[in-house]
Structures are given as structure tokens and as C-alpha cells.
Design a protein around this ligand. Structure first.
Ligand code: ATP
Length: 319
């Protein structure tokens, strides 16, 4: 199968050892490696696909730990560079008892934000059948410019471009800027996945109705997806649209569900692009992606809970 290259940030989330506390109340924290583009790369590899991660880490204990995690999980790290002067990004994150997520980021600036155009592994980018990215790498220079150049190189070499904005509002200077920048690269993508929350944010409308989602449609898009948590997902192509239900699971921690969904989707599309034109194939593929997302919610953390293909098939078979 073709190579998937996932571009962007990899970092460590520090999550409280006990649930339902504020950051200040937390008695201690556990390291949870993450960063959506890195999670997607590992999701692809765990499902048996070929994937490389492209981004920058600090030349420190945590950066080397993250690179080792990529390797242990079968992700090519030839596109990873290290910054001698800046630290690996850290985020402290908790789900408080009132259901609110509380974040504290240590990125002042972190190594991922300092990736330059000169550091891009263009050989790797040009080998990509699918080039995937988010929007956090658009927040500051020089990474923003490197991101745009990487997209350009991938497109020129014939890759499909896949975009999951993964909105993290506290990282942006303002909501207006977040919306503008996220939408500034909308027209280049072939595949876009948003969550229901991102759809509402980007359209400014509190609804996930088809006519609202269609405001995010562009003629050059091949597939637009809206994920709906336990309700599954909606899909839109130029010829057809619909929705696919997910599988019932006991949800423990949703972190990484969207990334597992994207990894499963891209892993299947890289094997057979005809799913983009064939509604039956696409619906089968989305059932698999939903199962992968669902399984990821059943355990704490993103990377430990990403499923194998056998686990996903088992959930689908038992439904
Ligand atoms: P993330 O938490 O990684 O940011 P997201 O908001 O991008 O996730 P979700 O919509 O939460 O994405 O989940 C992605 C997919 O995973 C859904 O479309 C669905 O198929 C599956 N999923 C998520 N939560 C559940 C659940 N509780 N039960 C069943 N399936 C789920």
C-alpha cells in the first residue's frame, strides 16, 4: 500500500492520576504522548499501514522518548528533526468534574513551532500517497510557512491532501484568527474531517444539519466528514451524502477517537481510492473507521487505546 505522511505536532499531555479534578487539585500527573498528527500516524501503523511522521521535537529527554514511541509503533521517523534550543511541547490537560476540559500549554516557543522550510524532508513528502495535517502548525511562524510549503510539495508530487483542523482555541490569539487561518487552507484539501464542535465553530451556526455542513463544501473536495461522537459520522461527496452509525461501547476517555477514525479512513483510502466515488465502499470504510474511533474511547489515553484491525473487526462482528 502507499505511504501516508502525517505532518504537525507531537507532544506530551500530562493528565491527572485521578479523574474529575482541576489542574490545581490534581495530586499528580501521568505522561500521555499525543499530538493529533502523531496519533494519526500511529493509528495507521497499528492498523497495518505504512506511515511516516514529519515534525520537530526538542533535543531533550522527552523529544527522544517521543521519537522512540514512533519507532516502537512502526512509524517512520526519518522526517523528524530536533531543535537544540527549544523544548518538546507539553500540555497539562484535565477533564474537570463539571465536564469542562482545562488546558495549560507549555509552548514558549516549543520545538514543533520552530520547524523551518529548510528542515522539511522533501524526499519523504514526495513519496506520500496521502499527506495529512492539522491546523496547530499554522498558528506561528516559521512552522506555518513550512506547513504551507510541505502541502505544496505533496500536492505537486500527486498526493491526496487530508486535513483535520483539530481546533485548540486556547492556542490561538483569538477566535477570529483561528477561524480565518483554519479556513485559509480549506480549498487545497481533497479530504476534510471536522467534529460537530468544529463545524459549529467554523460556520458560526449551532447545528450539524446538512445545509450547515454544506457551507464547508468546496468543488475541489473529494470527501467531507463530520464526526458526531457516539452518533457516528456524516459524509458528503459531490455525488452522494449520508450518515453511518457507530458501535455501542463503554466510553472511558474520548482522547484520540477522532485520530483513530482518521487513521482508519486514510489507511483504507490509500489501499483503494475508489471508495471516494463508490458510496457502498465508502459506507463500509466508515463503519470500520467508526469502530476504530469507538474502541479508542474505551481506554485512557490516545496511543494505548488505538486499535488493531482485528480488534475493530471483532467489534463490528459482535454488533
Ligand atoms: P477527539 O476526542 O479525538 O478530538 P473528535 O471530536 O475529533 O475526537 P469524535 O466525534 O469524538 O471525534 O469521535 C470520532 C469517531 O469515533 C466518531 O465519529 C465515532 O465513530 C467514534 N466514537 C467517538 N465516541 C464514541 C462513543 N462514545 N461511542 C461510539 N463511537 C464513538
Amino acid at each position: 500500500a502507499g505511504l501516508i505522511v502525517s505532518f504537525g505536532e507531537m507532544l506530551i499531555d500530562f493528565v491527572p492520576t485521578v479523574s474529575g479534578v482541576s489542574l490545581a487539585e490534581a495530586p499528580g500527573f501521568l505522561k500521555a504522548p499525543g499530538g493529533a498528527p502523531a496519533n494519526v500516524a500511529i493509528a495507521v501503523a497499528r492498523l497495518g499501514g505504512r506511515c511516516a511522521f514529519l515534525g520537530k521535537l526538542g533535543d531533550d529527554e522527552f523529544g527522544r522518548m517521543l521519537a522512540a514511541i514512533l519507532q516502537e509503533n512502526g512509524v517512520d521517523d526519518a522526517g523528524v528533526s530536533f531543535d537544540a534550543g527549544a523544548r518538546t511541547a507539553l500540555a497539562f490537560v484535565t477533564l474537570r468534574a463539571d465536564g469542562e476540559r482545562e488546558f495549560m500549554f507549555y509552548r514558549n516557543p516549543s520545538a514543533d513551532m520552530l520547524l523551518t522550510e529548510a528542515e522539511l524532508n522533501l524526499d519523504l513528502i514526495r513519496k506520500a500517497a496521502i499527506f495529512h495535517y492539522g491546523s496547530i502548525s499554522l498558528i506561528t511562524e516559521p512552522c506555518r510557512w513550512a506547513h504551507l510549503k510541505a502541502m505544496e510539495a505533496a500536492k505537486e508530487a500527486g498526493a491526496l491532501l487530508s486535513y483535520d483542523p483539530n481546533l485548540r482555541l486556547p492556542l490561538w490569539p483569538s477566535a477570529v484568527e483561528a477561524r480565518e487561518q483554519i479556513l485559509s487552507i480549506w480549498d487545497q484539501a481533497d479530504i476534510i474531517k471536522v467534529s460537530d464542535v468544529e463545524l459549529e465553530f467554523l460556520t458560526g451556526t449551532e447545528s450539524v444539519e446538512d445545509e450547515v455542513a454544506m457551507r464547508l463544501w468546496r468543488p475541489c473536495l473529494k470527501l467531507l466528514l463530520v464526526t458526531l461522537g457516539e452518533k457516528g459520522c456524516k459524509y458528503y461527496t459531490k455525488d452522494f451524502h449520508g450518515s453511518v452509525e457507530s458501535y455501542a461501547v463503554k466510553q472511558v476517555d474520548t482522547t484520540g477517537a477522532g485520530d483513530a477514525f482518521v487513521g482508519a479512513l486514510l489507511g483504507k483510502i490509500v489501499e483503494d481510492q475508489s471508495a471516494l466515488q463508490d458510496e457502498k465502499k465508502l459506507r463500509d470504510l466508515l463503519r470500520f473507521a467508526n469502530a476504530c474511533g469507538a474502541i479508542t474511547t474505551t481506554k485512557k489515553g490516545a496511543i494505548p487505546s488505538l486499535p488493531t484491525a482485528a480488534e475493530a473487526m471483532q467489534l463490528m462482528g459482535s454488533a
